[in-house]
Design a protein around this ligand. Structure first.
Ligand SMILES: [Zn+2]
Length: 538
C-alpha cells in the first residue's frame, strides 16, 4: 500500500491486488472502472462497441507504457522491475526451446548401388595419381600363348634429322646419329673441300639417311646427308657406287639493300614498321639520328624518313637483315640529315660534316627525364642550400649511360660522394662527368665514341635513389651542361672524301622497296643460276 501511494501513477489493478479486500481501495477501483463495467452487459449495442474497444486498447496501451517488460538487467538488480525482466527473459527462452523442432538425420537411398564389378569398371576409366603410377585402362598380361620372337628383321633404311649444337662438332654429330667411323671421316673430308667444318653454323640441321648394315653388329652405311652449308649453298653427300661424293646446290642470293622511305606521321616507329622496316633497323636508325636531331623536338610529322639496311634474300625465301647503311631525314623534299655507314668500325658519319670541323650539340647521356637542373638548390640529404653542379636524370637502375661525345676517359672508379664515377675529356677544354653509376663499363685512359655505353645507372655515393648526375666542365670548372656543344673534327679527310661521296650516291640510287619482292618469282631463268654454279664450283 505504501509503495502504491508513493507511485502516483501505479496501476489500479495492482492496488486492488495488494490491498486485498480493503474496502476503500476496492470501492475506489470500482468507482473508477465503472463505465467499463456498466458498458459490458450492453455490449450488443452497436453504438457503444467502438467506445468499449477504444478504452480496452487505451488500457492496454497505458499498461504497456507503465510496465517495462524488458528492463536493463544490468541495473537495479534484485528490484521488482529487474525480477520481472528476468521472468520475461526466462519465459521467452523457455518458449523458444519449447518451440524448437529438433534435428534428426534424414535417410535416403544411394543413387546407384556399386558392386565390386562396377567399381572395377570405373577404375579402368580413371587415371590414378602420378604417385600411384598414373595408370589408366585395363591391363592384359601375356598369356602362355604369347612367345617372344627369336629374331626381328631390321628396318632397311633409317631417316633422321640431327642438329649441330653450340660447341658441337660434325664428327660428334655423325657419331650420335650412328654413322660409322669410316663414313664419318670421309664426310668430314668431303665437306672440308667446300668449306671448313668449323664454319658450319650451330643450329644447322642435317637430314641423314642410313642404309643397311654390311654385316651384323656393324654400323649402318650412310646413304645420304643434306644440309644448308651457307646462306647461299646447300650441300648433299650421296653414296654413288661404293664411295661417297659431295654435290653442291647453290642457292641464288640477292644483296640489294633494303631501302624504306616514308613520312614520320604521329610516330616514326609505327610509320616505319608500317612501311615494312625490320625492328632492328628502326632501332639503329633512331639511335643514329638521335645524335644529331632531338627525336622529340626536331622531327615534324610532315618530315620524311629514309633508311637503307644491308639485306640478303635467298631464292628459298630466307631474309637476312644486316647493318644500317644510310639514315636520312628530309624536310620539304630536301635532305636535312644524311648519315652514311663508313669506315672499318662501321660508324655513321654525317654527309654534311665531311670536310669541315663543326660544333655538334651533345646527345643525352641516358634515356630519362631531368629531375633536377643546374644551380643552387636544397640538398636532399645534407639539407642546406648548396650549388647543384650538374643535371640529374631520373632513370631505372641499370639503364645504360652513353658518352655524349667522342673523348678520352680521364677518370673511372670510386670518387667520394659521386660514387662510381666516369669523367670524359672531349676536345676544346670541355669535359663531362657521370656519377652514381651501379657499374662502370670503361677503363681509365680508354677512348670512347659518342653514344658508346660507359656505365649503368645506379645509386652509389651520396644519392637517394637511382639516377644519373651529369656534369660538364670547361677548363676544370663545372658549367651548366644544358645546351653545350662539342667541336667535332672531320673524321673523313680529303682523300676519303670522294669515296664517301660515291658511296652516298650509290646508296641513294637504290630503289625503295626493291629488295622486298620474292627472289624465287623474280628470276627463274636458268642463265643466272648457271652463273652462280660457275662461281661456286671448286
Ligand atoms: Zn645531381
Amino acid at each position: 500500500m505504501f509503495k502504491a501511494v508513493k507511485r502516483a501513477h501505479t496501476e489500479r489493478a495492482e492496488i486492488d491486488h495488494e490491498s486485498g479486500p480493503s474496502g476503500a481501495a476496492g470501492v475506489r477501483a470500482a468507482a473508477c472502472d465503472e463505465p467499463v463495467i456498466l458498458a459490458f452487459p450492453s455490449s450488443a449495442s452497436v453504438q457503444e462497441e467502438p467506445v468499449r474497444g477504444a478504452s480496452l486498447r487505451a488500457a492496454i496501451e497505458s499498461w504497456c507504457a507503465r510496465v517495462d517488460l524488458a528492463p536493463d538487467l544490468a541495473s537495479d538488480i534484485g528490484s521488482r522491475t529487474w525480477l520481472r525482466g528476468l521472468a520475461t527473459l526466462l519465459g521467452l527462452g523457455t518458449a523458444a526451446i519449447a518451440l524448437c523442432p529438433g534435428f534428426t538425420s534424414v535417410q535416403t537411398a544411394a543413387a546407384m548401388p556399386l558392386g565390386q564389378q562396377e567399381r572395377e569398371e570405373f577404375r579402368s576409366q580413371s587415371i590414378a595419381p602420378l604417385a600411384l603410377g598414373a595408370d589408366s585402362g585395363r591391363h592384359m598380361g601375356a598369356t602362355p600363348r604369347v612367345s617372344p620372337l627369336a629374331d626381328a628383321p631390321e628396318r632397311p633404311r633409317v631417316q633422321l634429322v640431327s642438329t649441330l649444337g653450340q660447341g658441337d662438332s660434325l664428327g660428334r654429330l655423325l657419331e650420335r646419329a650412328g654413322v660409322g667411323a669410316g663414313d664419318a671421316a670421309r664426310v668430314a673430308q668431303l665437306i672440308a673441300h667446300v668449306l671448313p667444318n668449323e664454319d658450319i653454323a650451330s643450329g644447322t640441321q642435317f637430314d641423314i639417311t642410313l642404309g643397311r648394315r654390311p654385316a651384323e653388329g656393324e654400323a649402318r652405311l650412310l646413304e645420304s646427308l643434306d644440309f644448308r652449308a651457307r646462306f647461299d649453298l646447300d650441300l648433299s653427300i650421296e653414296r654413288k657406287g661404293s664411295g661417297l661424293a659431295v654435290v653442291q646446290h647453290p642457292i641464288r642470293v640477292d644483296d640489294t639493300p633494303l631501302r624504306i622511305r616514308g613520312t614520320v606521321g604521329s610516330s616514326l616507329y609505327r610509320s616505319a614498321r608500317n612501311a615494312g622496316a625490320p625492328v632492328g633497323a628502326i632501332q639503329s636508325y633512331l639511335q643514329a639520328v638521335d645524335k644529331y636531331l632531338s627525336l622529340d623536338g626536331d622531327l615534324r610529322s610532315g618530315d620524311g624518313f629514309d633508311m637503307i639496311v644491308s639485306y640478303r634474300r635467298s631464292a628459298k625465301g630466307e631474309r637476312q637483315v644486316g647493318d644500317l647503311l644510310y639514315a636520312g631525314v628530309e624536310r620539304g623534299g630536301k635532305p636535312r640529315l644524311q648519315l652514311v655507314q663508313w669506315g672499318k668500325d662501321r660508324a655513321m658519319f654525317a654527309a654534311s660534316a665531311v670536310g669541315q670541323p663543326r660544333s655538334v650539340p651533345i646527345g643525352q647521356p641516358v634515356a630519362g627525364r631531368i629531375t633536377s637542373n643546374y644551380g643552387a638548390r636544397r640538398h636532399p640529404i645534407l639539407r642546406y642550400m648548396r650549388m647543384h653542379a650538374g643535371i640529374d636524370f631520373g632513370a631505372r637502375h641499370g639503364s645504360p649511360i652513353y658518352a655524349v661525345a667522342d673523348g678520352t676517359v680521364t677518370y673511372a672508379g670510386r670518387h667520394g660522394g659521386h660514387g662510381n664515377y666516369v669523367r670524359l675529356q672531349h676536345g676544346g677544354g670541355l669535359g663531362t662527368g657521370y656519377a652514381h653509376m651501379s657499374r662502370i663499363a670503361v677503363r681509365n685512359g680508354g677512348q670512347v665514341r659518342a653514344g658508346q655505353v660507359i656505365g649503368y645507372v645506379g645509386s652509389t655515393g651520396l644519392s637517394t635513389g637511382p639516377h644519373l648526375h651529369f656534369e660538364a666542365y670547361r677548363n676544370g670548372r663545372t658549367i651548366n651542361p644544358a645546351g653545350i656543344a662539342v667541336v667535332q673534327r672531320p673524321q673523313i679527310d680529303g682523300r676519303e672524301r670522294d669515296a664517301f661521296k660515291a658511296r652516298l650516291n650509290a646508296l641513294l640510287a637504290v630503289e625503295p622497296g626493291a629488295a622486298l619482292g620474292s627472289l624465287a618469282l623474280e628470276g627463274s631463268g636458268s642463265a643466272q643460276a648457271q652463273r652462280e654454279i660457275d662461281k661456286l664450283a671448286p
